[in-house]
Design a protein around this ligand. Structure first.
Ligand code: T3P
Length: 199
């Protein structure tokens, strides 16, 4: 029988709502400062867009996701947990979580494990891959909202499924990239896996 399909699931922007929590906390902490509404987000890095509003705003933006509890308190993206569970139970599919910690790792690294434990359970610890270079990870599909994923392995083994987020709505998929518009019931993630399995 053919080998299992390896699916790598990104965390921030795919399972966990980084953008929503960032904006919520920024507005709570700095109610008198300008901010970027989600509909106006563009470019992967939220801090870069905030730096364009001023050096001090950029510094404040950094302080939001470096604070204790930020990564643990991210809300699950709608339908993500249900989809992840269903995918993990599929015959012939191996699911891994593939996520990059921020450089200020102190809270982020442990909170990524805690988030996965809290929302999906202990058995998911086995699936966790923390890396700053996703290109060196072996997989058939990487579902990730970051448009340009580069690193030491070029091209990577996996096909990039670009998961739609506010910041990448207008990005045109490049090369073999395909788009996935969320996890809600109409989502075509099952078709994407089935198609890959048949290649
Ligand atoms: P993930 O690989 O789970 O998507 O950069 C480190 C992590 O923080 C990475 O997680 C992406 C996420 N992140 C954003 O999503 N937006 C940002 O603006 C920054 C700085 C990080």
């Amino acid at each position: 029988s053919p080998r299992n399909l390896r699916v790598l699931l990104d965390m921030d922007g795919v399972l966990a709502d980084f953008e929503g929590q960032f904006l919520k906390r920024f507005r709570e902490k700095y109610p008198h400062d300008p901010f970027v509404p989600l509909e106006e987000r563009s470019g992967f890095y939220v801090t870069k867009q905030y730096y364009d509003l001023g050096q001090d705003i950029g510094t404040k933006a950094f302080s939001i996701y470096e604070e204790k509890g930020f990564f643990l308190n991210l809300q699950p993206i709608e339908g993500a947990l249900e989809a992840a569970r269903e995918m993990a139970e599929m015959e012939g599919v191996d699911v891994y979580i593939c996520t990059s910690p921020i450089k200020k790792y102190t809270h982020c690294v442990v909170e990524k494990y805690q988030w996965l434990d809290k929302h999906l359970g202990k058995e998911w610890m086995e699936r966790m891959i923390l890396t700053r270079d996703k290109t060196v990870i072996n997989g058939d599909l990487l579902i990730d909202d970051k448009p340009n994923i580069t690193g030491g392995m070029n091209p990577p083994m996996w096909q990039h499924v670009l998961f739609t987020s506010w910041h990448n709505r207008d990005v045109v998929p490049q090369g073999s990239q395909i788009r996935l518009d969320g996890w809600l019931p109409h989502s075509n993630w099952r078709d994407i896996l089935e198609q890959k399995r048949q290649e």
